[in-house]
Design a binder for this molecule. Structure first.
Ligand code: DGJ
Length: 747
């Protein structure tokens, strides 16, 4: 078949899709997704480095992959569905990211592309819609591709439309299910895994021939605690930060999810990502449509570093609500006071953070609940969730009083809520025991505090109640600047008293869309307010939540040494402006490790800096050091929060780690170096070969956050970007938890 393109359209549009009946090239700055229609179905001709010529793409594209075995006799689908196409004359796909049971019981889909449309979009985005329909049944799969030119990211999402006379059951409902024939003959999957206070640990595994490697979350709520909904797939034996062919992807979804790479016996690869259906098939009623979560993907032929930078840029430019807004230096009250605070304690904290140059004060858990359900120092986390009423015993002047106190000090104000949960010990649960996720005929399982469980957000009345409670609080605080949105439970039960018997399995998906509905309402009414996604630490680290939230709490483990690893893992897909990193007290409350204050600052300043301690416990010397660090952070903040990240030395398998950020015109860079547990005198640190600098520019090197020792013999000197790249920055570390930060300014 001839691959046709509309060259004129291509020439006049940056990042253009060249759309025609049978084929098109969807272009970004450095990548091409070439799709073509064969026997009616949309298949992948190429995804990877840019191909400019449509005739080359047509000549080199895969037709079908047989591999001497008819099981694999199939074409690489742009969206693989379970079933086959006898009319097309090729094999039956027993995989597929979409599996439907039609109203009459038929189990297969034979998708045929009906038409392609280019949808108007913002400058820099090319939006193509492929409308596909089953050959026989009135069931549509409408697949969107949105190519974002500058960041080399393509977003895709799928709408399913049931035009049948009865309900269709979705056994699998992945957002992305793309097939790639013979990309390479070795594959490796990088992902992160973890648990409470140990999130985002980086792992990589080969995907051997005949294997399926799958990651996922079944939490329902804390979707990012175990695995993160993101991956990098190396096509070839190996990739590094700077070399190798890599496909990276993120699923924008806050509920349970699954991502898998299936490599068949003939090296045909199917990559799938989507909402999880472990609870049962989703029931899509007659005449109804459903939009599946967005998936964003990118490609690099220069290793993993560009994958991170592409996704970071995409996040700031296209996904976050305000990705270019500077993130404030704040103090969160949690580790400084836990549940034990008075107004005076909080005012003292405000004084302390103000003195150190902070910009925002955040009151954490423990301010709400009344009567027998007051979340006081005795009952702590056992009561009160869901009753968003100020506890007058603890806060006689309320949240407005605190906000006023913050304002008096020139600070902004925000506070904590946990809107997705209730304690069974609460007024709301007493009145509405049917508002929680529960099985009709079983007792309710609970988690934290022996009484915490999850609200049923598939029920609009529940969402409305919580919205109205929150709105009543937020609307009284004219200068409200920040909401910490926590979530400390999983689906301990599986059932809804709102959904009827036939639709019980819709609960996990409908819960998450209900959550988004609530978040969207809060965002719309309070657009100026920053939202932090928190979920027992890093449980809500995903780009579904980050459509509404500006940042996330990286982990409840605030130990700086542990944070080197956690933030390293999170940096694979999340930019520094989204990673909240707080300087806390020592011995650290989670690990009992003591690290120097400088080390704690050096780690936290590589992300969104904050504090989580009571400043009154700091010595005058520490406060003076903190003041200097905060002032320096404000200067380097644009580069750290908005710059390109280059990971230089991984903490995995090393006794130190280093990374750097470079601003857009390479006129400013910041280098972070952190020692871990260090070896003997032979544990040398070779010069750090810097990246991202302009070869033609010269940079003045300046060490900041200096306590006593300096860590670089060229501190204060001006050196060329070329030499700093080729020969590296000479640095040294002494002893455990030594660290350094260098600022490089182009002269
Ligand atoms: C879990 C969060 O991760 C902490 O930061 C803190 O907000 C507590 N919940 C409060 O209960």
């Amino acid at each position: 078949m001839k691959m046709k393109t509309m060259a004129a359209l291509c020439l006049c549009m940056a990042g253009a899709a060249m759309a025609a009946d049978d084929a098109f090239l969807l272009q970004t700055k450095n990548t091409t997704l070439a799709l073509r229609r064969q026997h009616g179905a949309w298949n992948v001709a190429h995804y990877g480095a840019k191909v400019a010529s449509e005739s080359d793409a047509a000549a080199l594209a895969w037709d079908r992959w047989a591999g001497g075995n008819h099981i694999s006799q199939r074409r690489p689908a742009a969206y693989a569905a379970f079933g086959g196409d006898k009319e097309g004359g090729y094999g039956f796909n027993k995989w597929g990211g979409l599996q439907v049971t039609h109203a009459d019981g038929c189990l297969t889909l034979h998708l045929v592309g009906e038409k392609v449309e280019t949808v108007p979009d913002k400058p820099g985005a090319t939006h193509i819609v492929l409308k596909q329909k089953d050959r026989v049944y009135p069931f549509w799969v409408i697949q969107h591709f949105r190519a974002l030119e500058a960041c080399d990211v393509i977003e895709t999402w799928v709408e399913l439309k049931n035009g049948e006379t009865g309900a269709v059951r979705l056994g699998r409902m992945d957002s992305f299910a793309m097939d790639f024939p013979l990309l390479a003959n070795a594959f490796r999957l990088q992902y992160t895994t973890g648990q409470w206070a140990a999130e985002a640990q980086l792992r990589e595994t080969p995907v051997e021939r005949g294997q399926t490697v799958a990651i996922g979350s079944r939490s329902g709520v804390r979707d990012a605690w175990e695995n993160n909904a993101s991956f990098m797939l190396t096509c070839g034996e190996k990739s590094t930060e700077t070399a190798g062919r890599v496909i990276g992807g993120v699923l924008c979804w806050t509920g349970s999810w699954g991502i898998s790479v299936q490599r068949d016996q003939c090296d045909f690869i199917e990559v799938r990502a989507g909402a999880d259906t472990s609870a049962g098939a989703y029931v899509l009623d007659a005449g109804k449509s459903i939009t599946l979560p967005k998936f964003a993907f990118t490609f690099s032929d220069a290793g993993k570093g560009p994958i991170s930078r592409n996704i970071h840029r995409w996040a700031r430019d296209w996904q976050l609500p305000a990705g270019h807004k500077p993130r404030p230096v704040l103090l969160n009250s949690w580790e400084g006071s836990y549940f034990s605070f008075t107004e005076q304690v909080l005012h003292d904290m405000m004084d302390g953070v103000k003195e150190m140059g902070g910009e925002l004060f955040v009151l954490d858990d423990g301010w709400f609940g009344t009567g027998k359900y007051a979340r006081d120092d005795v009952h702590r986390d056992k009561v009160g969730l869901g009753d968003w009423i100020i506890n007058p015993e603890k806060l006689p002047h309320g949240l407005v009083g605190l906000s006023d106190e913050a304002k008096k000090r020139g600070l902004k104000f925000g506070f904590w809520v946990e809107p997705e949960m209730v304690n069974t010990n609460s007024w709301i649960y007493e009145a509405h025991p049917d508002w929680v996720i529960r099985e009709k005929n079983r007792p309710v399982n609970v988690g934290r505090g022996g009484s915490q469980t999850v609200l049923d957000y598939s029920n609009p009345a529940v969402r409305d109640n919580i919205y109205n409670q929150l709105d009543a609080l937020y609307s009284k605080i004219p200068d409200l600047a920040y909401i910490k949105w926590d979530a400390n439970a999983d689906f301990y039960n599986m059932g809804s008293t709102y959904l009827d018997a036939a639709h019980q399995a819709n609960l996990p998906f409908d819960y998450t869309t209900g959550l988004y509905d609530l978040l969207a309402k809060v965002r719309a009414k309070y657009p100026q307010v920053d939202i932090q996604a928190c979920s027992s630490g890093g449980g809500h680290v995903d780009y579904g939540f980050l459509r509404y939230a500006d940042e996330f709490w990286g982990s409840d483990d605030s130990d700086a040494r542990e944070r080197v690893f956690i933030q390293w893992g999170e940096s694979q897909f999340y930019p520094a402006c989204t990673i909240a990193a707080h300087v806390t007290d020592v011995p650290n409350h989670q690990t009992h490790r003591t690290t120097p204050l400088k080390y704690r600052f050096d780690v936290a300043m590589s992300a969104r800096l904050g504090f989580e301690l009571h400043p009154k416990n700091m010595s005058a010397e520490d406060v003076a050091f903190a003041k200097k660090c905060v002032a320096d952070y404000k200067r380097i903040r644009p580069t750290v929060q908005q710059g390109d990240l280059y990971r230089l030395v991984s903490p995995y398998g090393s006794s130190y780690a280093a990374l750097m950020y470079v601003n857009d015109d390479a006129s400013h860079a910041v280098v972070f170096l952190w020692g871990l547990t260090r070896g003997n005198w032979s544990d040398f640190v070779p010069p750090l070969a810097l990246q991202g600098l302009a070869e033609g520019k010269s940079y003045k090197v300046k060490e900041i956050n200096v306590v006593k020792d300096r860590h670089c013999r060229v501190d204060g000197k001006t050196l060329s970007g070329k030499a700093l790249t080729a020969m590296g920055l000479p640095v040294r570390l002494r002893g455990d938890y030594d660290s350094a930060v260098f600022e490089l300014t182009a002269k």
